[in-house]
Write a new protein. Sequence first.
Length: 330
Amino acid sequence: MKKNRVTRISRELQNSIHDTKRRLGQRPFPDFISLRQHVSVSFEFFPPASIEMERKLWSCIAQLVPLSPRFVSITYGAGGSTRQRTHATVERILAETSLTPAAHLTCVGATRDEADEVVRRYWDSGVRHLVALRGDSADPGRPFISHPQGYQTAVQLVAGIRKIADFEISVGAYPETHPDAKSQEADLDNLKRKLDAGANRAITQYFFDVDDFFRFLDRARNAGISAPIVPGILPVTNFARVVEFSNKCGTTIPVWMQDLFAGLDDAPKIRQLIAATVAIEQCRLLLEQGIKEFHFYTLNRAELTQAICHALGLREYPEHSLCELNAPGE
Ligand SMILES: Cc1cc2nc3c(=O)[nH]c(=O)nc-3n(C[C@H](O)[C@H](O)[C@H](O)COP(=O)(O)OP(=O)(O)OC[C@H]3O[C@@H](n4cnc5c(N)ncnc54)[C@H](O)[C@@H]3O)c2cc1C
């Protein structure tokens, strides 16, 4: 009896030593040097509404340029409110940097002819990548109402763009299902139709539980979708605002995340450290399962995204040329 107990303990000890050895031998992050050639990132910015915001945006772009993003995308304000600013920002990126800009375009508030005109203008000015979206109501919380003579859905917008020119087209995808969708299946079918209409890739709504992303990816592959589905990563800067926005767009805030940010409303610096930890861990788990492409919702702030990219093994590439990036007056 006594002997058996000793044997059991020594087995447990052996197992535990084995586990520790295994853990010590394992890197928490995969080999950076070899991954660096494979990880690809894109960054999303919003068009600035003032000179001060413009200065911030360009300083953010200057900080992120050396990470050689595959493209940088510029959002189109809710209700189509930033049409001119989106256009101006995209054109400036094209004129003054070596980055590839992708202009977001929505169906909101425009006839098909007007939307087509915007698409042609982008093509003529040298833009080759569009992010085609339905958009939302200009009144937050109100249901989306399309323009009677406009494109009604992103599927129609993608098909319209395809008729005009040979753009690279990205579309939105929803790991936790779009709030307007009749069902998970209907939402996936809608994604399939966007890709069948000519989109090249899907970028997801942000999510925090990587299992939501992997379940969605499985469902998409099982439904015959083979196009790249790029995870959208939102580094959290203001937790309270993220909770509010997530309620509207259908993203779940996991309990562990609420715990992590609890009590930090008035501690922005600590919040920033926690935010970096959360996003780096999220990307590490995605990377571990073979995901190599990431889209960052930067909210025009560079540090968090830069820290996450650093953890992903992305470092400044010396050969990359940083063009004139000074904001006016700098
Ligand atoms: C990566 C990304 C970037 C974004 N950028 C912007 C931006 O710059 N500006 C902005 O305003 N918004 C932006 N959004 C938000 C987006 O506009 C909203 O999520 C919008 O509610 C849906 O857009 P969509 O292109 O996915 O719509 P769609 O793909 O058209 O689908 C919207 C919903 O309608 C359903 N649906 C579609 N067709 C039909 C049909 N025929 N019958 C019944 N149901 C249907 C779909 O299942 C889905 O639930 C972005 C979202 C993502 C993921």
